[in-house]
Design a protein around this ligand. Sequence first.
Ligand SMILES: NC(=O)c1ccc[n+]([C@@H]2O[C@H](COP(=O)([O-])OP(=O)(O)OC[C@H]3O[C@@H](n4cnc5c(N)ncnc54)[C@H](OP(=O)(O)O)[C@@H]3O)[C@@H](O)[C@H]2O)c1
Length: 261
Amino acid sequence: MRLKDAFGDTAAMRVNQLWPQPGEVEIDSHVAALGLAGQAGEDLPHTVANFVASLDGRAGFEGRSGPLGDEGDRALFHALRETADAVMAGTGTLTVERYGRLIRSPEARERRARAGRSAEPLACIVTRSGRLPLEIPLFAEPEARIVVLSGAPVQAQGVAAQVEVVALEEPTLAAALHVLRTRYEVRCLLCEGGPTILGALIRERLLDELFLTVAPKLAGGGHDPALSTGPILPEPATAELAGVLERQGSLFLRYRTNCDA
Ligand SMILES: NC(=O)c1ccc[n+]([C@@H]2O[C@H](COP(=O)([O-])OP(=O)(O)OC[C@H]3O[C@@H](n4cnc5c(N)ncnc54)[C@H](OP(=O)(O)O)[C@@H]3O)[C@@H](O)[C@H]2O)c1
């Protein structure tokens, strides 16, 4: 394993694949080979979420997800960002996690550019209130491309980042994802949270895959949420196991969702 550099380039990290075929895989090339973008529909992107949970089912520890993950989780996080056309997060996650530029590793940016892609994915923000956390580092990045999708008026003037605001006629995630696919040509959309947005994606049946890191850690209680929050489904939706990786006791599960759609 090459050590993660200061920018989070974990390109050569190897992990154990437990299923479907036992063996060793390198996270970056493994994720690239999944061909997520190729699974996009005409009207909607192929939408995957990446979350980490403690063994006792919490999505955070004292308000942050960072303490739950480890280097393997971060390698998967960076590999998914590198493969995605766009990264979506709710205003809660953007604020708490203080989002900055989406790909900081020069090597990863270079790899995307060599493949004829933009150096970084488009940052997508969905907000119902229209209130943005303009103080987070992402908005101070001149190279960051951000699209804000909302049914409410949005103020985003005076920031260094390149921000476009899309007024949604209907304030749903389905409407937002349709715009991302048809106007911004997003094929693979990576949702990084948080639980409110994940719950809404599930309820609107827009989630195609869940990458879930089960971290060998216990929170023991507290106020951090479960992975999804909000109104419950009429009955549990099913999912299909698509892959299991392991590294130092962390399980990296990949599930196909929307199986019974
Ligand atoms: N374990 C993990 O992998 C993971 C991942 C991400 C986050 N987290 C943790 O989750 C916590 C934040 O969670 P969160 O649920 O508050 O944040 P969130 O899901 O990132 O953001 C929620 C906000 O998104 C906006 N929103 C946009 N469209 C919406 C819709 N259709 N339905 C509902 N809300 C919509 C609303 O804000 P406005 O309308 O006011 O803008 C809402 O308050 C943090 O502690 C973070 O560390 C954990």
